[in-house]
Write a protein that binds this ligand. Structure first.
Ligand code: SAM
Length: 263
């Protein structure tokens, strides 16, 4: 069980919002800036995960930086993730559950492609960072329309998917779990290293895959490092490789015809 991460408000004008987030995600609101470990800091601009150590601040961001670059230059419907979810040829608006929302980068790409995305995140720290970024995005003229297609749910996706009523089942469940670090992934981006420290590894991805397969109407897509192992259990029906990423695709139609899932 990860230790609970404190939230410190560094800007008096943001006190009310900090208190709201602390209550919503059961984070201890502290009056003094911690002097060690990791904590969430609410500043004038945004909420950040910070530390006294060598890691830089971690925050979710949809309007600027990498998210903006990807939105403007990312290749639209031709990019591998669009192919992996089967966007082309899908009638109407696609409903996607991102069962491992993290900092929402993949969810934002999917929403930019026109999907309705439910972001499920169990970590209170990640959920608070997402809540803050969605709040900022909802008033940013360039992306408010995209943000309106994103809905945050703070829950364990395994239980949440199991409890989903039939009429709410999504076309696609997207899964990108945090795997234990190997030598090769040690060079993973700094923010994910900080994240890994605070959130810990996702050791139950087999159960998440099973819940995702039971809930999806069309397919489950699992994002992995290009050379990473697949989630153990049911083998994927297809794989789509990008430069550094691989998408393992579990087609529900194929699983139903192989008798591995009920219709
Ligand atoms: C590798 S990160 C995902 C990064 C994300 N795809 C992005 O673009 O920012 C994995 C995240 O999934 C969350 N997670 C893992 N298993 C989960 C579950 N069963 N339910 C909800 N969240 C889960 C973790 O807390 C972590 O924040």
């Amino acid at each position: 069980m990860p230790i609970s991460t404190p939230l410190f408000c560094a800007d008096s004008a943001r006190r009310e919002r900090a208190a709201q987030l602390a209550e919503r995600y059961a984070l201890p609101l502290v009056r003094q800036r911690p002097s060690s470990g990791y904590w969430l800091e609410m500043g004038f601009e945004r909420l950040e995960l910070v530390t006294t150590g060598k890691h830089g601040a971690v925050y979710a961001e949809f309007a600027e930086g990498a998210a903006r670059h990807r939105r403007e230059q990312g290749g639209g419907r031709g990019q591998p993730v669009a192919k992996a979810i089967g966007l082309k040829g899908h009638p109407g608006e696609m409903r996607v559950v991102d069962a491992t929302a993290g900092l929402g980068r993949d969810a934002f790409v999917l929403a930019s492609l026109g999907c309705q995305v439910t972001l499920v995140e169990r970590s209170p720290v990640a959920a608070a960072l997402l809540d803050d970024a969605l709040d900022r995005a909802s008033v940013a003229p360039d992306i408010m329309e995209i943000a309106a297609r994103m809905t945050l749910v703070h829950a364990d996706a395994i239980r949440w998917l199991v409890a989903l009523p039939a009429e709410a089942r999504p076309d696609v469940v997207y899964v990108d779990p945090m795997f234990p670090e190997t030598g090769k992934s040690a060079a993973a981006k700094k923010d994910m290293q900080a994240f890994q420290q605070v959130i810990g590894d996702d050791l139950d991805s087999g159960a998440l895959l099973a819940a995702a397969i039971a809930a999806a109407r069309g397919r489950v897509v699992v994002k992995r490092p290009r050379l990473g192992a697949a989630i153990t259990g049911i083998p994927p029906s297809a794989c789509l490789e990008g430069k550094s990423t691989r998408f393992d695709i579990y087609s529900i139609k194929a699983l139903v015809s192989a008798g591995k899932r009920a219709e």
